[in-house]
Design a binder for this molecule. Structure first.
Ligand SMILES: [Zn+2]
Ligand SMILES: [Zn+2]
Length: 327
């Protein structure tokens, strides 16, 4: 420890002086005020934001049960429009912030290169437009379809629900279990999708994106979206609060916009706002035969498909593909 540090009495201290809310500065600077609000009030985990969104969506932006029960199918069209808007808000904003305006430049960006343009590999010769197309017409369609099945079941009494008020412990248990259920489901359906026939005809649509962006998240073949988005169907069989169902569904559909964003962190100037893409899945898009799950459940370690990004792991993976024991 240096003399200067021991003299201060602190083991660590911020390099910048303490700052107060610029709301009271004159003349007012809107940019600084927004930056402050984002840094101090919005820098929470993504999961908390999804939980807040799930509460708001379930209570205020879901058609009433009486409308679902006896109306024509306008409520499904409403859900499709709402879900499309949600995806545009999340993936569109991330794409704009990180890839168009490049607010944080290349900081925390996994790959230097940009999303593909003039590439025959993609519809409209554009990776972004192609990804938007598959995300909306495949991703949002399946999302809305599953949501309609659930709410139709609730409205007509086929699906039982409980409420937070009647069973708060179960509510919190679900929140604790959701990442585990999702991580396990994702690992096994993902291994299934890598069976050569399914890979060639279905999963390759998603894997054309070696360099991913926010719109790549649920840019998948419809069959893949049907399989991938199926984990919230568990709530058709186990009574839960509908908020948990909505949370499960938006984690499945909106979180991939973050995990595929290409940036490990989202920053506002020097301050981290949120964690974003994970290197674990980025490695899967690069090497294909590794990291099928996520970090919530270590199934990749248990099944020997883990890749930590090192050269040694790449060599081991290649030996494993050739059928040679790697240890
Ligand atoms: Zn992916
Ligand atoms: Zn894959």
């Amino acid at each position: 420890m240096t003399e200067e540090k021991s003299a201060s009495g602190w083991n660590y201290q911020p390099s910048e002086p303490i700052k107060y809310n610029p709301l009271f500065d004159l003349p007012p600077k809107l940019g600084s005020i927004c930056g402050w609000m984002i840094t101090r009030w919005v820098s929470v985990s993504r999961f908390v934001l999804f939980l807040i969104a799930a509460v708001i969506l379930t209570l205020h932006f879901t058609p009433s049960l009486s409308l679902i029960e006896d109306s024509n199918y306008d409520w499904i069209a409403y859900l499709f429009a709402r879900n499309t808007a949600l995806l545009f808000i999340v993936a569109g904003t991330l794409h704009l912030y990180l890839h168009v305006l490049k607010v944080q430049g290349d900081e925390y960006k996994f790959l230097k290169r940009e999303m593909a343009k003039n590439s025959k590999k993609f519809k409209f010769n554009s990776q972004v437009y192609d990804n938007v197309f598959w995300s909306v017409f495949s991703g949002v369609t399946v999302w809305t379809f599953y949501e309609a099945i659930y709410w139709n079941g609730v409205a007509n009494g086929f699906v039982e629900t409980i409420t937070f008020q009647s069973n708060p412990i179960q509510f919190f248990l679900w929140i604790f279990c959701l990442p585990l259920i999702r991580g396990t489901h994702f690992y096994f359906i993902h291994r299934l999708l890598h069976i050569p026939f399914l890979y060639k005809h279905v999963h390759s649509t998603h894997h054309r994106n070696v360099n991913t962006g926010p719109w790549s998240g649920i840019s998948m073949h419809p069959v893949e979206n049907i399989i991938y988005q199926s984990s919230p169907l568990i709530h058709l069989f186990i009574p839960t609060d509908p908020i948990i169902f909505t949370l499960h569904l938006i984690v499945v559909t909106l979180n991939p916009a973050f995990t595929h964003s290409g940036f490990e962190q989202i920053k506002s100037k020097k301050t981290k706002i949120l964690d974003s893409a994970d290197f674990h899945h980025q490695l899967h898009h690069r090497y294909f035969d590794c990291n099928y799950g996520n970090m919530d459940v270590p199934l990749d370690i248990w099944f020997g498909t883990h890749h930590d990004g090192s050269e040694k792991a790449t060599k081991q993976m290649r030996l494993r593909i050739k059928g040679v024991a790697s240890n």
